[in-house]
Design a protein around this ligand. Structure first.
Ligand code: GLN
Length: 390
C-alpha cells in the first residue's frame, strides 16, 4: 500500500520525543523526555480563558488572531525583544510555534531550496523543512559551549539558501546565541538574500546570558521572522497558541496559510495568553529562578551517577553524556533507564544529523513540578554509577 502514501510522507514516523513519552505514559513513569512542561499555569492566564469561554468567545477569530492579543504581543515585542511591530500588519497568531513554523516554511520555501540549521537540532524543525521538499544544510555546534566554526557557517550558505534557522535558547543544547553570532548570521543572510527565521519559544528561560532577538538589529529586521508563543512561558503547551512577527509581506502570507490550515488558533485560549502577556516582570524572574534550581538539581544528580551534563544557558533541557561502555547506544540507554527507574528521556541520536554523534547522550527535560523532579532524581541516583569518571 506504500504507493498510496505521498512521497513526502513515506519516511515519516513518530518522533523519538513522542515515542518515549508514550511508553512512559503507558508505564506511568516520570516523563523527562517530551518537553510537556506539566507545571501549573498562572491563575490570571487560566481565569482569562475561563472568562472567555463563559462570555461565549467560541467562534472563529480574525485569521491573524484577536486584536487584543496582537496588541499585547506588540507591546511585549517592543519591551522584551526590542522589535517594533504593527499589530495590524506585522503580527499573526498561529496554532502553536510549530504552527507558526509550518506557515512560515510554506510561505517562504520552494522544494529544492536550502535551509541552514544548527545541530544538534529540534527534529520538528527539520521534519517540517523536509516535508515541503526543501533541503537542510547543517552547521555543527560543539559542547560544552556549543560553539561552531565560522568557516563551517559561511560554507553552509550556497546560491540555493533561502533561510537560516536560529533557535535561541536552543532545543536541545540550551545554547543562547550571542550578539556577535547573531550579527554574523545577519551579515551572511544579507549576502545570500536569505530569510532569518528565529524560534524563540524559550526566550524567558535564560541564565546569566541575555536573550537577544536578531530581529532587533536594524540590518536584520527586513529579513527576520520571529516566532514564539505561550506554551513554555505560561506552561500551557497543549493550548497551542504561537505567533509570528515579521515584515508585512510575509505575515500576510503566513496569515493566509494559517487560515487554510487551521482557520484560527483556539479563540478563548487567545484571551488567556493576552492576560499572560500582562503579567509583571516578577512572574518571569520567579520562573527563571525556579528553572535555575531545577537545572542545578538535574546537573548534580547526573554528575552523581557518572554522567557528564552539559549545563544549559537557557531552555529547560539538558544533554548529558554517559560515556563509552555503559550502554550500547543512546536508544539502549533511554530504554534501559526507563525500564529500571521509570524515568523517560530522549536518546541524543534524535538530535544529530549523524546520529552517531549523539549515541552517548541523552536529553533530560526538567520542566516538572519540583516534587516530581525530585522523585525522578531520587530514582536516577539509584542507577549504578558508570565506570567513566569526568
Ligand atoms: N518542544 C518539546 C520537546 O522538544 C515538545 C515537542 C513535541 O511534543 N513535539 O520535547
Amino acid at each position: 500500500m506504500a504507493h498510496r502514501i505521498a512521497d513526502r510522507a513515506q519516511g515519516l514516523r513518530q518522533s523519538d520525543i513522542r515515542r518515549f513519552s508514550a511508553i512512559c505514559a503507558a508505564m506511568k513513569g516520570i516523563n523527562l523526555s517530551q518537553g510537556v512542561c506539566d507545571q501549573p499555569a498562572p491563575d490570571a492566564v487560566k481565569q482569562a480563558a475561563k472568562d472567555a469561554i463563559d462570555a461565549d468567545h467560541a467562534v472563529y477569530t480574525n485569521l491573524r488572531g484577536i486584536i487584543e492579543l496582537r496588541q499585547a504581543i506588540a507591546r511585549k515585542m517592543k519591551a522584551f525583544n526590542g522589535i517594533v511591530a504593527d499589530p495590524e500588519r506585522e503580527i499573526a497568531v498561529n496554532v502553536g510555534t510549530a504552527g507558526s513554523f509550518a506557515c512560515v516554511c510554506l510561505a517562504t520555501l520552494n522544494p529544492g531550496d536550502e535551509v541552514v540549521v544548527f545541530a544538534p537540532f529540534y527534529s520538528y524543525h527539520v521534519g517540517m523543512i523536509r516535508l515541503i521538499g526543501a533541503e537542510v544544510r547543517f552547521v555543527n555546534t560543539h559542547p560544552p559551549a556549543w560553539q561552531y566554526a565560522d568557516a563551517e557557517l559561511a560554507a553552509a550558505f550556497t546560491d540555493r539558501t533561502r533561510m537560516i534557522l536560529v533557535n535561541t535558547p536552543a532545543n536541545p543544547s540550551g545554547k543562547v546565541f550571542a550578539e556577535t553570532e547573531l550579527k554574523r548570521i545577519a551579515e551572511l543572510a544579507d549576502k545570500h538574500d536569505a530569510w532569518i527565521v528565529t524560534d524563540e519559544i524559550y526566550e524567558y528561560i535564560t541564565h546569566d546570558k541575555p536573550h537577544i532577538s536578531v530581529g532587533r538589529f536594524p540590518e536584520a529586521a527586513p529579513r527576520t521572522i520571529t516566532i514564539s508563543g505561550g506554551s513554555k512561558t505560561y506552561a500551557v503547551t497543549g493550548w497551542r497558541i504561537g505567533y509570528t512577527v515579521g515584515p508585512e509581506e510575509v505575515i500576510d502570507k503566513v496569515a493566509c496559510i494559517n487560515d487554510l490550515l487551521y482557520i484560527c488558533a483556539p479563540a478563548p485560549l487567545q484571551h488567556g495568553i493576552a492576560a499572560g502577556l500582562a503579567l509583571p516582570d516578577s512572574y518571569y524572574d520567579e520562573m527563571r529562578e525556579d528553572y535555575r534550581t531545577k537545572r542545578d538539581l538535574m546537573a548534580d544528580t547526573l554528575r552523581q551517577i557518572g554522567f557528564h551534563p552539559y549545563v544549559p544557558d537557557g531552555s529547560y533541557y539538558m544533554l548529558a553524556d554517559f560515556g563509552e561502555g555503559r550502554y550500547r547506544d543512546a536508544t539502549h540507554a533511554a530504554e534501559s533507564i526507563l525500564e529500571t527507574t521509570g524515568v523517560a528521556t530522549v536518546p541524543g541520536s534524535a538530535f544529530y544529523p549523524n546520529p552517531a554523534d549523539g549515541e552517548t547522550q541523552l536529553r533530560f527535560c526538567y520542566a516538572k513540578k519540583m516534587p516530581e523532579l525530585q522523585e525522578a532524581c531520587r530514582r536516577l541516583r539509584k542507577l549504578p554509577s558508570g565506570s567513566k569518571t569526568w
